[in-house]
Design a protein around this ligand. Structure first.
Ligand code: ZN
Ligand code: ZN
Length: 145
């Protein structure tokens, strides 16, 4: 199913992303890796089709696990996306989009890794890290790390 073609970019505009977003459901990840990397919970929308990157000379990729890597702008430092190593699946920062006006925060994962000093008031589904990872049968599929 083709979604809506949406544009995202980093702070300096050097790295740009066009992606087919099927739905504007935002998931927040509270895991230690995401929080350190994103400077807060990583809030992202899923994209697996027609993700086109431009300005890739400025794109930095950090391999954060055996199955995932994280994209950022090397000029301005913006957090841009998590993707599976095969680049088949992206979680693109909800904050990077020009217009995500239909967005709804629907899910929080690694809720057990969230520090006590903040909490979202939104009504969402919540999953612990173990609950989240249990959905995936093999190590390669794990969309975290
Ligand atoms: Zn930039
Ligand atoms: Zn995370």
């Amino acid at each position: 199913m083709a979604g809506k073609q949406l544009q995202a970019k980093c702070l300096c505009g050097g790295v740009r992303i066009d992606a087919d977003i099927e739905n504007q459901e935002v998931g927040a990840c509270h895991c230690d890796i995401c929080r350190r990397w994103a400077g807060g919970p990583f809030m992202a929308v899923e994209a697996s089709e027609n993700v086109v990157l431009a300005g890739t000379d400025l794109l930095g990729i950090y391999e954060s696990s055996g199955w995932g890597e994280r994209g950022f702008c090397t000029a301005c430092g913006s957090t841009l996306f998590w993707r599976s190593k095969d680049a088949a699946h992206y979680a693109i920062s909800a904050m990077a989009f020009d217009d995500l006006s239909e967005a709804v925060l629907t899910k929080q994962i690694f809720i057990d890794s969230k520090p006590d000093w903040y909490a979202f008031a939104n009504e969402t589904k919540s999953m612990t890290g173990a609950e989240f990872l249990a959905q995936f049968s093999s190590e390669e599929d794990k969309p975290n790390g």
